[in-house]
Design a binder for this molecule. Structure first.
Ligand code: BT5
Length: 264
């Protein structure tokens, strides 16, 4: 079914998130489109949704496969009164909201640091976090979410090559088509609920809920993308959103941007 802003608005129960939704047929990246609006002073809760992205991306510029007509690509603007070092922890709202929306579809999601959402051990969603600061305070945070709803398996395989087998879709997991408009509204509703929890009670309950769904704590992993790759065991995630682990030499290390692979 086509994305339809009226249906999304009808299903939305939020006060702030999504009060202004811009829906596009094609954009380079919803994060990029929203960044322009954020710089021009758009208020908190502004959302960009697109049917297709021609240059969707993940962390460190990696491409995010974003075909038309099947998935959710959305970016949401927040202006939280937090210092920059708290942004990574704040961003956990996004994987939590996606995980809740997936659970409401009758599936069992887990979260892999920092913000991947998995179902049946396959990555079905990712989050791209961008932020800007003014005088060492956060001006805006953009949480960009991509969720594989109905993309066919052969398309994932063709686009992602050997890593296609690590990706999945909700359609595949649930055995039925997922309603894109209802799912979009569901994510927005849950994002606002978690943002409200963060605003009123701080990061602790958000982190606790996130840890409840986390699959890495206690596991042996390989870290890539932060200098020489190394292995270690995950100890915890700290309040600032870093992954804390002990490497094989017993040294404690914090990971902020690395890529984590579970060892068997
Ligand atoms: C992410 O990056 O997982 C963040 C993805 C965020 C995408 C959304 S869509 C809306 C908004 N606008 C954007 O431009 N981005 C956001 P990362 O953890 O770096 O993972 C990237 C890796 O995931 C790639 O290297 C691929 O291996 C894999 N990948 C790419 N496309 C995928 C897809 N559709 N489904 C599953 N895995 C994918």
């Amino acid at each position: 079914m086509d994305l339809d802003i009226e249906i999304i608005q009808k299903n939305r129960t939020t006060r702030v998130v999504g009060r202004d939704i811009r829906l596009f047929k094609t954009v380079t990246s919803t994060n990029e489109a929203l960044r322009g609006l954020a710089k021009a002073g758009a208020p908190e809760g502004t959302v960009v949704i697109a049917d297709e992205q021609t240059s969707g991306h993940g962390r460190l510029g990696k491409p995010w496969f974003s075909p038309p007509g099947v998935n959710l690509y959305a970016s949401v603007l927040f202006r939280p009164p937090i210092p920059p070092r708290e942004v990574a922890g704040f961003s956990f709202l996004a994987s939590l909201a996606i995980a809740d929306a997936i659970k409401a579809e009758g599936l069992e999601p887990t979260i892999k640091w920092p913000n991947d959402v998995l179902v049946d051990r396959k990555k079905v969603a990712g989050v791209l976090v961008e932020f800007a600061t003014i005088d060492n305070r956060v001006d805006y945070v953009i949480l960009g979410v991509g969720v594989n709803l109905n993309v066919p398996r052969d398309a994932l395989g063709a686009a992602l090559g050997s890593s296609g087998s690590a990706a999945g879709s909700l359609h595949e997991a649930a055995g039925r088509e997922i309603d894109r408009n209802a799912f979009a509204a569901s994510v927005l509703n849950r994002l606002e609920a978690w943002a409200e929890t963060y605003r009123t009670r701080g990061p602790a309950p958000v982190l606790a809920a996130w840890l409840d769904r986390d699959i890495l704590t206690g596991r042996r992993v390989e870290v890539r993308g932060e200098g020489v790759p190394y292995e270690g065991r995950v100890l915890r995630v700290d309040r600032e959103g870093h992954l804390v682990l002990r490497d094989l030499l017993g040294k404690r290390r914090r990971v902020l941007t690395g890529e984590i692979r579970l060892c068997a």
